[in-house]
Design a protein around this ligand. Structure first.
Ligand SMILES: [Ca+2]
Length: 428
């Protein structure tokens, strides 16, 4: 545990142990604490036992939530009984393989889970060699996955991970079953040096309207964006990137879409939007095509943004709607886009936003069209409207929410790195 500027060890707030942001700082002004993973592990193991006990009860009873704290009474049930996953961070249906789901386990295993008779059976799709992601609040590992829009015919997929100090985007292929990696070497499209273990982004996805691949990538890490990557349009860190995986140009393993915003030389050609700190999870509204992102905050605010072409989301001159550092005078970023919503610390807020999905299942649901979003540290979940109105929903068990997912039937799932169980959310 590092100690800086007189911040006593006993002053380190325990609630921060479960944020997806090792080096988040607390305190005022120059008082900063850098936490180490070695301190987190034994404490998290203790909480892990508590979580395991809670999960056993939840698995037996379904995790029913009364909403006695004023939240809406949605429920959480085991989506794949008997399967069990190790630090799940992503779930999606396999296009062209009815009833099969793909799950990323953060330490580098890609799983398939599918029903055989009355049982859910888990098997290995493939492995990815990664650095980290195996314990505690480690933000590295295997983080993102996307099926090519033509996956059932070309069998191409994309994975995003941290390896050897780089954020890597690779293209692989499945075999003819669509449920196993072909074994052919993956093609590396991006290999971006990243100076710190934290803030690596974590989501990739194809635009439903344009077919281009978007890559959310963090500011590199540490705290406060010491290299200024967020506001540097020429840096690939701290951005939403957008590339054409079907083309190759300029000596790169991909092409640049003709309408990317900085092709006049004002920024990196791959950049789609900037001023992001750590867009850990984001998704497209399948109806409107809007890109909703959770951008993890530094000291005071988590934020949700709708990411638009060329937009500047403010980091590191703003955090949420405030100047960064707090009280600073330079907080008017050029082209700045205000967040849709922010939330702060405390039991009703959290410490690390996990962006979710826009609910497009049942049109009669009161939540239809809202954005489901949660917090890794507190496991709070909200239904958020574009006007910034957030309705708290009942919480899942203490799973350390890592991701949400939606399937083609409109069912919604939530998972966390502290739980082997992936939950389906009922009552939405
Ligand atoms: Ca990093």
């Amino acid at each position: 545990m590092d100690k800086v500027a007189g911040f006593a060890k006993t002053g380190v707030p325990c609630m921060n142990l479960s944020e997806l942001d090792w080096w988040k700082t607390r305190g005022q002004g120059a008082t900063r604490v850098k936490r180490s993973l070695s301190m987190e592990v034994p404490i998290r193991s203790f909480f892990g036992l508590l979580a395991a006990a809670a999960l056993l009860a939840a698995a037996a009873l379904l995790a029913s939530c009364s909403g006695t704290d004023g939240t809406k009474p949605v429920g959480y049930e085991d989506a794949f009984p008997g399967a069990g996953f190790d630090r799940p961070v992503f779930l999606a249906e396999v296009p062209g393989a009815t009833g099969a789901f793909l799950v990323l386990e953060q330490a580098g295993t890609i799983r398939i889970v599918s029903r055989q008779g009355s049982a859910w059976v888990k098997r290995e799709f493939g492995k990815v060699e990664v650095t980290g992601g195996a314990s505690g609040g480690d933000e590295r590992g295997l983080l993102g996955f996307a099926f090519h829009p033509d996956f059932p015919s070309n069998r191409k997929y994309y994975c995003y991970y941290v390896h050897d100090g780089s954020d890597v985007l690779a293209e692989g292929t499945a075999d003819s079953t669509l449920l196993k990696d072909s074994g052919s070497p993956r093609r590396i499209l991006l290999d971006i040096p990243d100076p710190y273990p934290n803030h690596n982004g974590g989501t990739i996805g194809f635009g439903p309207k344009d077919g281009f691949l978007y890559i959310g990538i963090g500011d590199g890490g540490s705290a406060g964006d010491p290299h200024g990557n967020g506001q540097n349009k020429n840096a690939l860190l701290g951005k939403m990137l957008r590339i054409d995986v079907n083309g190759r140009a300029g000596g790169k393993g991909y092409a640049i879409p003709a309408d990317n915003p900085f092709l006049d030389g004002s920024g990196a050609p791959e950049a789609w939007a900037y001023g992001l700190r750590n867009p850990w999870k984001w998704s497209f509204d399948p109806v409107t095509g809007e890109l909703w992102a959770g951008d993890v905050g530094q000291d005071r605010f988590e934020e949700v943004d709708i990411i638009e072409r060329g937009g500047n989301y403010g980091w590191n001159v703003t955090e949420g709607k405030e100047c960064y550092p707090q009280g600073g005078s330079h907080c008017d970023p050029p082209g700045g886009k205000p967040p849709v919503w922010t939330y702060g610390r405390g039991s009703k807020g959290g410490t690390s936003v996990t962006g979710g999905v826009v609910l497009r299942g049942d049109p009669a649901s009161p939540y239809f069209g809202s954005y489901l979003v949660g917090d890794y540290g507190t496991n709070n979940v909200w239904s958020l409207r574009k006007n910034g109105q957030a309705t708290p929903l009942a919480k899942p068990p203490a799973i350390a929410i890592s991701s949400f997912a939606a399937d083609s039937q409109g069912a919604i799932y939530v998972m966390g790195v502290d739980s082997p169980v992936i939950y389906r959310i009922t009552g939405l």
